[in-house]
Design a protein around this ligand. Structure first.
Ligand code: EPZ
Length: 421
């Protein structure tokens, strides 16, 4: 198994270009199943999760023509010869579940295995299924966890989401696009990736209003045409590199990012004492020669502080004198990085959903695990400032969600290399 070997590095300095958003391209790839015409996606990052979603679509009989060099994918879903997503691919990626809505809408049938839990929580999908049932789908879950959906035609209706689930919002909106009549989805997720997906769907001829608010109205149409779309920049990758500037007390120009998508991260980094300003080329995070201050974060659905930046930000807080607190409200078990950071000498204690960081103790390099995608990013950032050498194993988690992570960190002066065991 490969690992990252990281040495104590100086302040990260220079320019980083943000890639397309993983959490936008995954639902948008699923959305291409709604049209029998060709779609062209640009700004598609080279990530393991994107590989898996493309493999799933191809396994359904759809033609997928991908150019990694050009960050481009052409999808022609004129023919879909099965609605059964292959288990061996679905079990690799929970987000496969967002193919349920489009398949039901286009084919009247969908069979996808329950994705199961992961390190950060059980990841149930009852809100997805409740919404699809409300649209008229019959859903059955077999003994071995195969979710089978079928319908003679979805019918628009009013749906209230008990929790603003990103995946459930995506599944329901995509299914409602081809339903007969109008769907009003309330307490919907408001993430920028939902807006990007809805922008793509509207280019295909969907009639969606309110994306980005908690109420989304979808007027069903008979069919959707093909479309071309450029994926929005990845706000979580952008936030990760903004935190990287702060933890190393460096200065980084983050290019190809949308500041509006990271307002809570900007606010919290400024609270810590970073100088953050916009330039025509991008966002500059300047933490050079600064004594940063402790702060408190609480994760919330968008537009609140993003849960996906909780672990990298916690790594930063271990290097800041004083007590900080982190409250994770979105996932029930998203503190797997605490044990790894404490192995490096951090002093973090967790009680219920609250982590208390007694920051300012020097971190020491050691062998640590990437327990999930964002926890992996956290220990990499910690390794850049820890004394000595840090070896991070299970890096397949990290390579799911950060394109050219080693190259980007190296170009900023970080000492990191990928080693195959
Ligand atoms: C998406 O996951 C993202 N993944 C996650 O990013 C992100 O952390 C999450 O949204 C929250 O922003 C993708 O977009 C591929 P949810 P998703 O449904 O859709 C509970 C990353 O690191 N819930 O909003 O699975 C659920 O258990 C990943 O890039 C139910 O209880 O998130 C969780 O506690 C990690 N029932 C909370 O809601 C349901 O039916 C948020 O889940 C659905 C969700």
């Amino acid at each position: 198994m490969a690992k990252f070997v990281i040495q104590k590095s100086g302040p990260l300095e220079g320019v980083v270009e943000i890639s397309g958003a993983k959490n936008a391209v995954l639902p948008i790839l699923a959305a291409t199943l709604l049209s029998s015409e060709k779609c062209v996606l640009e700004g598609v990052p080279a990530l393991k999760d994107v590989d898996i979603m493309c493999d799933i679509i191809q396994a359904l009989g759809v033609s997928v023509n991908r150019s990694i060099e050009e960050s481009k994918v052409e999808i022609d879903a004129s023919v879909i010869n099965t609605s059964r997503a292959p288990d061996h691919l679905v079990e690799k990626m929970r987000a496969s579940m967002v193919a349920m809505g489009p398949l039901l809408a286009r084919m009247g049938k969908a069979e996808i295995h329950l994705p199961g839990g992961c390190a950060i929580g059980d990841r149930p999908i009852e809100l997805h299924l409740k919404g699809l049932k409300a649209l008229g789908a019959e859903i059955d879950i077999s003994e071995n966890g195969l979710v089978k959906g079928k319908t003679d035609g979805l019918v628009g209706t009013d749906i209230y989401l008990d929790f603003p689930s990103v995946g459930a919002t995506e599944n329901i909106v995509m299914a409602a696009c081809l339903a007969s009549g109008t769907t009003l989805l309330e307490n919907a997720a408001q993430e920028p990736e939902i807006v990007d997906m809805c922008n793509f769907l509207n280019k295909m001829g969907a009639r969606i209003k309110g994306a980005g608010t908690d109420t989304i109205k979808i007027e069903g149409v008979k069919s959707l045409r093909g479309a071309r779309h450029v994926i929005i920049p990845d706000r979580i990758e952008a936030g990760t590199f903004m935190v990287a500037a702060a933890i190393t007390r460096g200065t980084i120009l983050v290019k190809n990012m949308l500041p509006d998508h990271v307002k809570p991260i900007i606010a919290k980094l400024r609270e810590c004492g970073c100088d953050i300003f916009m330039t025509p080329e991008g966002v500059v995070v300047d933490a050079s020669d600064r004594e940063l201050k402790s702060t408190d974060i609480k994760t919330l659905p968008y537009p609140g502080f993003p849960t996906d930046i909780q672990s990298p930000f916690m790594a930063l807080l271990t290097t800041v004198e004083g007590h900080s607190t982190v409250i994770e409200t979105v996932f029930e078990n998203r503190y797997m990085h605490v044990r790894e950071l404490n192995k490096m000498g951090a002093d973090i204690s967790v009680k219920d959903r609250c982590a208390i960081i007694n920051g300012g103790r020097p971190l020491k390099g050691t062998n640590v695990l990437a327990t999930d995608l964002r926890a992996g990013a956290a220990v990499v950032l910690a390794g850049l400032v820890a004394e000595g050498v840090t070896e991070v194993s299970q890096i397949y988690h990290i390579e799911r969600g950060y394109e050219n992570f080693v190259e980007k960190i190296t170009n900023l002066g970080g000492i990191i290399k990928r080693v195959d065991d």
